[in-house]
Ligand binder design. Structure first.
Ligand code: PLP
Length: 448
């Protein structure tokens, strides 16, 4: 009954929650490090932002539908902001609103023929890789982000994959990146634009974290560097405002008329939204008022400074741990920690004092298909209560796990990452070396 692609829908960021809830029910306190929701991690929205939203709630017009592309005044505001970058110029007609950026991501791949592929980064943010794979009815195609080179994209890998796969019609970048926290260097972005131009591809740039950079880093928006190449920038307010519950994100189409096929894709996306009528209106009404307020820039700068401070704390705690690859982050609010090759084996354990939890974890890891990073993640969940996401679930052949940099309560942050550090050290010491290396097995996610 189902299409082949349905089995590609995988979202371990929420999947791990089911496991953690079972451990919690047996009495273990859980330190939730699985999801990028600032509000869950004690972030308080300033009163002036809440006042703007409260004012809109009192207005009767807030309760009606809006234009199917989105509120015109908001699209005008966003087009002007984009055009001030002096890169690709757009009009309000080049902006299309969605119910959260997740909704936009689902749609961007859906209307391409299954053989038309978009190559994306690995590790991959699974909303992109799953949606792209589901549309293609097969595994995602990825280029590598390199943990031995600050997680920067391996441009030669990208070039060769594009060159030898004529089905690739687009390149995805997530800048700054989820799950690595890497900010694409300007030079890499320019080379990606050159590759797109050479092979007549379009670029999709997920820029939901474009204004979330810190400790001296700058993220270059697609509009600034794309020149004449067609592209779609994906933006939203879930992370930078942050208002993830608003379910509000949008697409910006660049150089839409440079390629008739690309223009048809943009029209299909607009028509699809028309069938739905429109996207959530309240957050759209709030965008120009909040983002255009003189208090917004200093607010964002202070939020970034705090994330940058947490990035330093995490670096101090985890960087000295042996057998891992640790890169300090400069954008978004995640870090991916990788195990060195040979650091994991199938006999490592952590002591779990609660017998019921121990039994549960041992049952989960007894599955012979359980990747070694998942095994560590389950043991850490049972023994230390810290819930992270294994990186093998992010379309990667690397082994590791993702954490967030979101905890606003500094004592809690230090406690959580000290638990992670202790878990790593105790796990490695439980059976050092490679007792039995992980079985090489075919996994679709490794197919490229
Ligand atoms: C890179 C990236 N894109 C899109 C989204 C989805 O955002 P939204 O809450 O607007 O659906 C997320 C959420 O974590 C994300 O990390």
């Amino acid at each position: 009954m189902l299409r082949e692609g349905a089995k590609e829908l995988n979202y371990e960021i929420r999947g791990i929650v089911k496991k953690a809830e079972k451990v919690e029910a047996l009495g273990q306190k859980i330190y939730w490090e699985n999801i990028g929701d600032p509000i869950e991690k004690n972030c308080q929205l300033p009163e002036w932002i809440k006042d703007i939203i409260a004012g809109l709630v009192k207005e009767n017009y807030t309760y009606g539908y809006c234009h199917s592309k989105g509120v015109l005044k908001t699209r005008k505001f966003l087009a002007a902001r984009n055009n001030a970058l002096n890169g690709a110029q757009i009009t309000p007609e080049d902006i299309l609103f969605f119910n959260g950026l997740g909704d936009a991501i689902g749609k961007v791949y859906q209307y391409l023929v299954p053989t038309a592929r978009i190559i994306g980064p690995s590790p991959a943010y699974s909303t992109h890789s799953s949606a792209e794979a589901a549309h293609a009815n097969t595994y995602p195609i990825t280029y590598n982000l390199d943990p031995d080179n600050f997680w920067y994209p391996d441009i030669d890998d990208l070039y060769l994959k594009v060159k030898y796969n004529p089905n690739i019609v687009g390149i995805l970048i997530i800048n700054p990146d989820n799950p690595t926290g890497m900010v694409y260097p300007l030079e890499s972005l320019k080379r990606i634009v050159e590759i797109a131009r050479e092979f007549k591809l379009f670029i999709v740039a997920d820029e939901i974290y474009i204004n979330v950079t810190y400790n001296g880093a700058v993220a270059h928006p697609l509009a600034e560097i794309i020149e004449d190449v067609p592209g779609i920038s994906l933006k939203g307010i879930s992370k930078e405002l942050p208002w993830p519950g608003s379910r509000c994100g949008w697409m910006e189409f660049y150089n839409r008329h440079a390629d008739p096929e690309f223009d048809r894709l943009c029209s299909a996306l607009e028509n699809a939204k028309m069938i739905e009528v429109c996207s959530t209106k309240l957050p759209q009404l709030a965008i120009p008022q909040i983002l255009g307020d003189p208090r917004y820039k200093p607010y964002r700068e202070e939020s970034n400074r705090r994330i940058g401070h947490r990035s330093k704390i995490i670096t101090e705690i985890l960087k000295p741990v042996p057998h891992i690859k640790f890169n300090e982050t400069h954008g978004a609010f995640y870090n991916t920690i990788i195990f060195e090759e040979g650091a994991l084996n199938n006999r490592q354990k952590l002591e779990i004092r609660n017998a019921a939890i121990r039994e549960l974890v041992e049952e989960w890891v007894s599955d012979e298909n359980c990747p070694f990073d998942k095994r560590f993640v389950y043991y850490m969940l049972g023994a230390k209560g810290v819930c992270v996401v294994p990186i093998s679930s992010f379309c990667s052949k690397l082994k590791g796990f993702r954490v967030t940099l979101l905890e606003e309560n500094e004592d809690m942050l230090v406690e959580t990452f000290t638990r992670i550090r202790d878990a790593l050290i105790e796990y490695f010491e439980s059976t050092p070396g490679t007792a039995q290396p992980e079985k090489a097995r075919f996994s679709g996610q490794l197919a490229n």
